[in-house]
Structures are given as C-alpha cells and as structure tokens.
Ligand binder design. Sequence first.
Ligand code: CNA
Length: 339
Amino acid sequence: MTSASTNLTDIANRIQTGEVTRIVALTGAGISTAAGVPDFRTPTSGLYDQLAPLKLPYPEAIFHINYFSHTPEPFYAIARARHPRNLRPTISHAFLALLARKNLLSFLFTQNIDSLELDAGVPAEKVLQTHGSWKAQRCHKCKVPYPDDLMQRAIRVGEVPYCLEAGCGGAVKPDVVFFGESLPERYEVEERRLTRKKVDLMLVMGTSLKVAPCSRLPGLIEEGVPRILINREKVGDFGTRKGDICLLGTCDEKVRRLADELGWGDELEGIWAEAVGRKEETNRRGGWDSEEEPGLEESIQKLAEKMTEAGRISQGHRRMLEQHLGEKFAHVLPRKSFG
Ligand code: CNA
C-alpha cells in the first residue's frame, strides 16, 4: 500500500477519465453516527457499552431472536431512541446518492437499518438493506403483519406490541434482521452476482466488518481491483492488498475530501441540503411528536430500574444463548452472526 493521498488522486483521475465506472459500496453504522445514532461497538458511545445497566447476558442479546422471543422488553425500551424517524441523512449518504446520480454506483450493500441512503436519494433498486429496516413489522412467531399506527404507538410509549391473531401471543418485531435470523433471500443472489460482475472499485465505509456475512464481501472482490476503506480504524484485511486505500478518520470528512478531489464539492453539498430538506418535511408529516424525546441513556436507566432479579437472565438461559451463538454459520441461507 502506498500513500493514501497519492492513491486518492489516482482513483479520482480514473473516475474522471471513465476508467472506473462500476463502484460497489458496503456501508455500516459509522456513516450514520453523525446523524445522531450511535454505532454498536465504539467504546463508551457505542450502544453495547451503553446497555451495561441492563446486565444482559451479552449486549448483542437485545438484538438476538432467541432472547427477543421471551424478553422483548429491552428492545422496546430503546426502540424509540433508536427509531430513524427523526434522523437526517449525512454527507456520506449524500455522496452515495451522488455516485448513483452520476451512474457510477453499481450496487450498495448496507448493514444499516435506518434507510438514510434511500432518504438521500440512492435508488431502491441499487440498494440491499442486508439487515432489513424499520419500514414494516410483523409477529416474530406467526409472521402476520402488524398495523403501522399501532406499532408507532408502541414505540412511542415503549411498550411491547403483541400479535393480534387469536391465540398467537407472539411479540411484534420490526423487519430488521436480528442475530440468529436469515438475511433477505436477495442477499445470496447479490453476493453471487458480486463475484461474477465486473467491479472497478469497492468502497467500504463506517463498518467494523465484524458481522457476518457482510464482513466477507470485501474479500470477494477480485485481487487487483482497488478497495477504499473510509473508517475510524483499519478493519478486516484492508491494507493487505496492493491497491488498498485506507482513509482513516470520519466518513464525512473523508468523503468531502474525495468529492473535492473529484471537483464535485459543491454538487455534493447541494444534494445533501436537498436530502435533508426532504427528510425534515417527511418527519414533520410523520405524526411523531418532537417534544420530550427520551434519550437512550434515560430509557435504559428506566428499564434497568424496573427489572427485578427474577426478570434477569438465569444461568440456564445464558448457557442456551452460548450454545446458540456457537451456531455461527448456517448452511442454507447465511444468518447474521457475530464475527
Ligand atoms: P459497528 O460494529 O458498530 O462498527 C462501526 C464502525 O464504524 C467502527 O469501526 C467505528 O470505528 C466506525 N465509525 C463510527 N463512527 C464513524 C465515523 N463517524 N466515521 C468513520 N468511522 C466511524 O457497526 P457495523 O455496521 O460494522 O455492524 C453491523 C451492525 C450494526 C448491523 O447489524 C447494523 O444493523 C447495526 N447498526 C446499524 C445502525 C444504523 O442503522 N444506523 C446503527 C447501529 C448499529
């Protein structure tokens, strides 16, 4: 790997001369932290550290389907604070929309569930939300869809919504992929397509590459194809291949630098301003009250106080989870697993 700035200028030249036209991107929570949603794994500010007062068997348990199936309360205690309704796209989301507008974005795999890339204007057919989104919800047991207005109410008050089907009683879950669940069927199709199609550049932004199966995507790119990592720290096998460019720092800062290098700075700011304006208008019409939003810390504290010793995780349950976490790799469809 040579100097990042030399390589960046070289990549910018290759885009400008039309040598690079097919860019595949992979994004994670780090492109949305500037929108106000903490990622999972950053020490202190990340969600996992903030969950400590709940004394969960593992922080990840809050998003594990087995845990949710009998203890959905922690998930709903933080749902309001994590819901993307009031979020606005960041400049990094706008950069992806700009790539799409310039017909340079071949495909985007996002691990995020906030839909901010769509809000920014990336066309839906170019995006796979590999871990689903909050756009719809259903009973986790019988899979019958649940009405939007009731879900909205449940999230607002922090109560668990239960299935309306007679005799079911399952907790309702947004269509986000929990640990232990299969990814959308389209994931396998797109992953296979990635290994067959011509890619000129892979752009990876704001991910720890610790969650399978998306963590393997950068490794599927043919040797010799340049890969750019924009992240706070080096992740995965970045830096081991000739042609890798690691831009370490914040996504927004590095994306602005790349846009400037390409002479797209003003256009990027314009797209971003438009996207933010659109999202603010949608939020206003969404019917969510903006006053007295409880913070994440406050919501967690409240639930921690409510939880009795009996409600806390038993050793038996802990063993059951450990066993489940051992099943890392599914044979049929890849399941979301810890890396
Ligand atoms: P992660 O494991 O929390 O990693 C985030 C990575 O981004 C870390 O390497 C951070 O250092 C880095 N990072 C954080 N902020 C910035 C920043 N401003 N600039 C540059 N780098 C930054 O999250 P992953 O996405 O890798 O893990 C996948 C999980 C996270 C998926 O299951 C997601 O559903 C889940 N998640 C999604 C959201 C969202 O939708 N916005 C938020 C939090 C977690």
